[in-house]
Design a protein around this ligand. Structure first.
Ligand code: TRP
Length: 328
């Protein structure tokens, strides 16, 4: 029998998940979990690249991420949900892979370069930060993933993963697949201010926000600044409320667009309507969230079970790897 194709997906535990995480990743993962054998990983070791001084929060944040995943509908019976640092094989494979890629290659990575620029780290980026795409390659190949669902910014890392896989297979033995990139279709969800939705920019709608909070937040959202009075004709391009409208109620968006341009749809009414749409959409998520928050032991059991299933696969791969390199 042909084996079901595999996916490895990963997310850094940055705190409670928001609509941007949902549209940019989770929604896709949920869709793919039926067609692929999926492994879903909380990438806690990856947090060390940028959050060394907040490690006291990482354990709780990781549990929180899994709680949010379950609330959104990731099915832990189908797919292991696990925490990277609980499967030590990631570290071992990372060490071996770090020998198979040049520092010049890593320095050319556009996503790492951009991060260095944004964080002002050009001169003193850590060795681990420069090498995190290699750790990511280990994350992916440990599970012999055939595909990796990511946003555009992560595509360069999958490319490095493919190169490392080829190099390992050529030098030692054909152990690894060459995983393909599954680009997330709806990658960029704007935050309330029109910039990318992100916790650090304080412009996010969280999956666990109450309907009241959602409405309050949407009232502050960026809309067409030239539309001042209700009857002014507006321009939906760049309007955050329209982006949400298209995402969460695509059928009625064209009519609203038309009404906005004509000046028969006011921003306040539109904001209220879309706040209600989002609140409805999130109602079942919120309900499951409440359940898992009051059943923390269940979440911890799910993680423990996910860790074990991930470890079984990781150990089997490492056995092949150690044999191929005649070590360990
Ligand atoms: N680097 C990814 C991010 O910042 C998270 C991640 C870690 C990941 N390991 C992975 C994503 C493996 C996909 C596959 O979003």
């Amino acid at each position: 029998m042909k084996r079901k194709k595999r996916i490895l997906s990963g997310m850094r535990p940055t705190g409670p998940l928001h609509l941007g995480n949902y549209a940019g990743a989770l929604e896709n993962w949920i869709r793919l979990q039926n067609d692929y054998k999926s492994y879903h990983m909380v990438a806690d070791w990856h947090m060390l690249t940028t959050d060394l001084e907040h490690t006291d929060r990482v354990r709780e944040d990781s549990i929180r991420v899994v709680t949010d995943w379950l609330s959104c509908g990731l099915d832990c019976r189908k797919s292991p949900l696990f925490i990277q640092s609980h499967v030590k094989e990631h570290a071992e494979l990372h060490l071996l892979f770090s020998m198979l890629v040049s520092t010049a290659r890593l320095q050319r990575n556009p996503t790492v370069k951009e991060q260095a620029r944004d964080l002002g780290l050009e001169a003193n980026m850590s060795y681990g930060h420069l090498g995190y795409p290699v750790l990511q390659a280990a994350d992916i190949l440990l599970y012999k993933a055939d595909a990796v669902p990511v946003g555009e910014d992560q595509a360069p890392h999958v490319e490095i993963t493919r190169e490392i896989s080829r190099r390992f297979n050529y030098l030692f033995a054909p152990v690894f697949p060459e995983p393909e990139t599954l680009l997330t279709p709806f990658a960029r969800m704007p935050g309330l201010d029109g910039r990318k939705m992100s916790k650090s920019l304080d412009n996010a709608v969280y999956l666990s926000d109450s309907p009241e909070t959602i409405q309050e937040k949407l009232m502050t959202a960026y809309t067409d600044p030239k539309k001042i009075r209700l009857k002014d004709p507006g321009n939906p391009d760049g309007c955050v409320i329209f982006a949400y409208h298209k995402k969460f109620d695509p059928k009625t968006a064209p009519q609203a667009e038309c009404d906005c341009r004509k000046g028969s749809l006011g921003c306040v009414a539109h904001k209220k309507a879309i706040a209600a749409v989002i609140a409805d959409f999130l109602a079942p998520v919120r309900e499951r969230h409440r359940y898992y928050e009051s059943h923390r032991d269940e979440v911890l059991d799910i993680i423990q079970d996910g860790d074990k299933r991930a470890r079984d696969t990781a150990e089997a791969t490492m056995k092949e790897v150690r044999e191929a390199i005649h070590m360990g």
